[in-house]
Design a protein around this ligand. Sequence first.
Ligand SMILES: Cc1cc2nc3c(=O)[nH]c(=O)nc-3n(C[C@H](O)[C@H](O)[C@H](O)COP(=O)(O)OP(=O)(O)OC[C@H]3O[C@@H](n4cnc5c(N)ncnc54)[C@H](O)[C@@H]3O)c2cc1C
Length: 292
Amino acid sequence: MNIQYGMPLARLTTIGTGGPARAFAKPTSLGELEQALAWAAERDLPVATVGLGSNLLGADDGVDSLVLRLAGELASVRAEGEMLVAGGGATNAVCLHQARAAGLGGFEFACAIPGTAGGGVWMNAGAYGSDWSHILVRARVVTAAGSGWLTPVELGLSYRHSELRHGQVVAEVEYRLTPRPPEEIKETVSALVAQRKATQPTNKRTFGSVFKNPEHELGAGRMLEECGLKGHAIGGAVISPKHANFIENAGGATTADALALMCEARRRARERFGVELEHEVELLGEIELPPD
Ligand SMILES: Cc1cc2nc3c(=O)[nH]c(=O)nc-3n(C[C@H](O)[C@H](O)[C@H](O)COP(=O)(O)OP(=O)(O)OC[C@H]3O[C@@H](n4cnc5c(N)ncnc54)[C@H](O)[C@@H]3O)c2cc1C
């Protein structure tokens, strides 16, 4: 298996920021994945898996880990009766396409979530009242010590959260779906995508929602809008003029720029609404949201 050194995280994330990964590999089978995990274990190197990097901010200094992106068999999808079986690296777009072709509904909610099966499990990603915990039967989780299948309860799935930790690789998932005519699936998806385009910056470089929605009558986006943050910029990062819970890379943004915007947003939400916003985006490398 080919190991590359110094792959920029900016090339592995949708926001397009982040420094080099010490090592990078694209295992295409369970055997290659096991080899990669053994390679890292021999060197005491931590392992982190990325999907489409659509919910990820990587440190500008890079990450001292083996970063994996699953490919080949580990990104393939097939329907088996009412189950959809997908590699951890399978994109939601391909899963949705295969589900529709097989006349299986229930995955439509993920049509505007630009990630992979593994990223969906890690985040318990969701939209429109559904999330991964609704459809996931079990996930095969592989570590350097071995492999096993975990249920949603064992994965600890809750709102945009699982108990997974780096080094645990979601290599395969099984989704239970329900029969639905492909035409109906298509109609639902078209309506949801149109709704997304109208309200969110779908054609910009972002990492999706910055903050989780707090327990408050206002969602994070409306709160930050009321704080006057739409269009607020630091360096190359700007709070989306379309939806205040998104940060866009307007050109040349760094992770530090995005973090500085997040601090400012969190401070203003605290001062105005007395709410402590919790970030939804995952941080990779030696970074954390600094205290403000
Ligand atoms: C325009 C836009 C809209 C979005 N809308 C939504 C939305 O409606 N709802 C929502 O929930 N999210 C949304 N997101 C965020 C994001 O798409 C989801 O969280 C998605 O599930 C992340 O998947 P990913 O494969 O890109 O994961 P990544 O961003 O690559 O990684 C996220 C985390 O998962 C881990 N991970 C990824 N793959 C694996 C694996 N195979 N094994 C173990 N760990 C893994 C990573 O290490 C990281 O910690 C949006 C993002 C964008 C850019």
